[in-house]
Design a protein around this ligand. Structure first.
Ligand code: IVH
Length: 683
């Protein structure tokens, strides 16, 4: 056909325009996350192209965005031999492994001074290899055994962030052949949503985002894959020559220009000294990321170095995966017991076969209440997935029903309190079942433990077992009795020597000077947390004034609602409670009025709290932070122990964070520190 005989807007031309437009907008949307047009406009363009291709089937091309919606199911997947094998990675788990890797690399290179590394998060998904010929996606394959994989091209095409045709870039000659490697994954939220939908339809659930990605990629019907929220990051090419760059970092930049999504947390050409910092940075970011990662990958940057180092049969000598500790593990429910809290609430708790999650051994997980056990359908004997996210209490994510043998026992909420055998009641409209016995020893134990806890009177050494003995042996009937204890009584208890008895008494002695806000919190009044206690203390100043304050006066405090006010009133209206406070005072308890000067310092909220600083802070030096904490009545120490109230983590924190997590000390950021200082009147 000659040019002159073409109609006004020939279908070929329009089809090409539409393909280019759609590919461009697809890139803006999925790769850059920065769309230029509305979804409706995109759909309209797509429909136009579909219609055009339907009426002119000869216009269909492998690079057409219409192919993203999937095609009729396959009988089975073909296999493909990878152009170059997909190797696996050596693994490390610690800072020491990073150092050892760097040392190995240096030895292998005869201590080349110019050595630098490119580092990437290790996204927890499914490895894929994508082949582009003359800029068009030709095939997509799974890793398989590393040499041959399954051909899943139709499924790969449905992934929005996979370019079907490469973008033209003035600086990069279009490669005639390109084998790109990457990871297909699913965002955690999308995964949850997918599972939620499956649950509604009565379908089996995916255990985690990685399984969901793998399952979605292995669909014979790509129209199903197209419905799944899959994403991809690329992290390398099969051979350095494909793009002709001299280093891995430059290759990643070029891949980006060609339209591929490269993980934005990648750092190119960093020195060996920065590797540990990167490892910790990414680990700290981990729980805030939209997708799951299980470590970092460190790669020698220069291809010349990579080639000199070579590979073993399995993995390259120039790369290592350094894994973080897993945050989710599988274990078995040995039993479901019921704990009685200080408010009398009966809480079902799963007793687990101990399992290490993220470096912490987990042997219990709260199931919160009866409805929650029902909802998750957790039974004694079940195999379950347990998750620990940061500082959060471990929880059972879900049961794995396929592991059931049939002998699992459903949980039944007891009708009687397991601690005092009196009746337990679940009121209408309440999720909790409660023990109604005010004298229940389990409630007393909870109250005493709360009274002695770090944010309250902070009595070191007064642990669960000890409190239980003190109650069982009738030494303690209220918190006031704590101040009456003597060495002889304490020594008579199990596993209590003279030294520990003396230490405990010293700790109790120290705790006798307590700021009003902490004392109010220590009382364990329902609906009165640390913050509310502080507000009330500031408003009334002394315990006497709080005791006599009217409901309306309390409610008039900004941020204190009627429920909290009523709880405060109810607590002090109870003569028993007032008597206990008087008794404690007789035993030497000094409730420091808010704003009273203690040794030249304000008896403020940080009073007596011990802080550990790690990493660099953005708005102040460590020294300034220390001075402020001290001015607020707190102290700063160098190492983390059970005495530490907060570890403040700045930029590039050190191993103190791990230590804190191990022993359950709260880790806070700079913002929270500033807020605490502000509450204490220091800015
Ligand atoms: S490099 C020769 N980089 O981890 C180097 N792998 O055993 C081969 N993975 O399943 C892999 N993120 O898909 C590399 N930034 C990354 C990665 C990464 C995730 C996966 C990979 C494979 C496993 C390596």
């Amino acid at each position: 056909m000659s040019e002159a005989s073409l109609p006004e807007n020939p279908p070929e031309k329009r089809a090409r325009e539409l393909r280019d437009l759609l590919n461009h907008h697809n890139y803006r949307y999925f790769v850059l996350d920065d769309p230029e047009i509305s979804d409706a406009e995109y759909d309209r363009l797509m429909q136009e192209l579909i219609d055009l291709e339907n009426s002119h089937p000869e216009l269909e091309t492998p690079g057409s965005p219409t192919r993203r919606i999937g095609s009729p199911p396959l009988e089975k997947f073909d296999t493909i031999t990878h152009p170059t094998p997909l190797l696996s990675l050596d693994k490390g788990i610690s800072e020491a492994d990073i150092h050892a890797f760097d040392q190995r690399v240096r030895r292998g290179l005869d201590n080349d001074e110019e050595l630098s590394y490119t580092v990437e998060p290790k996204v927890d998904g499914v490895a894929v290899s994508l082949v582009y010929r003359n800029g068009v996606l030709e095939s997509g394959a799974t890793r398989g055994d590393g040499f041959t994989g399954e051909l899943i091209t139709e499924n790969i095409r449905t992934i929005g962030s996979v370019p079907l045709v490469l973008r033209k870039d003035a600086e990069i000659p279009m490669p005639s052949f390109l084998d790109v490697r990457g990871e297909v994954y699913m965002n955690t939220d999308d995964f949850r949503e997918l599972n939620r939908g499956r649950m509604e339809e009565g379908l089996s659930l995916f255990a985690n985002p990685r399984n969901a990605s793998a399952g979605s990629l292995r669909q014979l019907d790509s129209r199903i894959t197209a419905q799944r929220p899959l994403k991809m990051f690329v992290y390398g090419v099969g051979h350095p020559d494909y793009l002709g760059s001299g280093s891995h970092g430059d290759t990643l930049r070029m891949l980006e220009k060609l339209g591929f999504p490269v993980n934005p947390l990648t750092e190119i050409r960093i020195p060996a000294e920065a590797l540990v910092r990167y490892f910790h940075d990414i680990d700290a970011m981990r729980k805030h990321l939209a997708y799951e990662i299980d470590g970092i990958v460190v790669k020698v940057d220069a291809y010349e170095h990579q080639q000199r180092l070579g590979t073993t049969s399995r993995s390259p000598r120039w790369a290592i995966a350094v894994k973080f500790e897993a945050m989710q593990e599988q274990t078995r429910v040995r039993d479901i017991i019921v704990q009685v809290g200080r408010t009398g609430a009966l809480t079902p708790v799963a007793v687990l076969e101990p399992v290490s999650i993220g470096g912490v051994t987990v042997s219990r997980a709260s199931l919160h209440n009866e409805d929650e056990v029902r909802r998750k359908d957790v039974r004694i004997g079940d195999t379950v997935l347990v998750q620990r996210a940061g500082d959060v209490i471990p929880e059972i994510t879900r049961v794995i029903p396929s592991y059931r043998s049939g002998s699992e026992q459903p949980f039944v909420m007891p009708q009687k309190c397991p601690a005092c055998s009196q009746s337990a009641v679940r009121l209408t409209d309440e999720a909790v079942t409660r023990c109604m016995n005010a004298a229940c020893p389990a409630q007393l134990k909870g109250n005493i433990l709360h009274f002695a806890s770090r944010s309250a009177l902070d009595i070191e050494g007064l642990g669960k077992k000890l409190v239980w003995q003190l109650i069982e042996k009738n030494h303690v009937h209220s918190f006031a009795d704590l101040f009456r204890l003597d060495v002889k009584t304490l020594e008579s208890l199990d596993r209590m020597g003279r030294k520990s008895a003396e230490n405990l008494l010293a700790a109790i002695e120290t705790s006798k000077n307590v700021p009003l806000s902490r004392f109010l919190y220590a009382l364990g009044i329902r609906n009165v947390g640390e913050h509310a206690a502080r507000l009330i203390a500031e408003r009334f100043g002394t315990i006497e004034r709080v005791v006599s304050a009217g409901n309306e006066e309390i409610q008039a405090i900004d941020q204190i609602g009627p429920v909290a006010a009523e709880s405060v009133r109810a607590f002090f209206d109870n003569p028993e409670n007032r008597k206990t406070i008087e008794e404690a005072k007789r035993q030497g308890l000094r409730i420091l009025p808010a704003n009273e000067e203690v040794g030249g310092r304000t008896a403020s909220t940080l009073s007596g709290h011990s802080f550990v600083l790690t990493g660099s802070l953005a708005t102040m030096s460590r020294k300034a932070a220390q001075e402020k904490i001290e001015a607020a009545g707190g102290k700063v120490t160098g190492s983390v122990s059970s005495r530490t109230r907060f570890v403040v983590a700045g930029e590039s924190p050190g191993s103190k964070i791990e230590r804190a997590r191990e022993i359950g000390v709260e880790v806070i950021g700079e913002e929270r520190l500033i807020a605490l200082l502000k509450e204490a009147g220091i800015s």
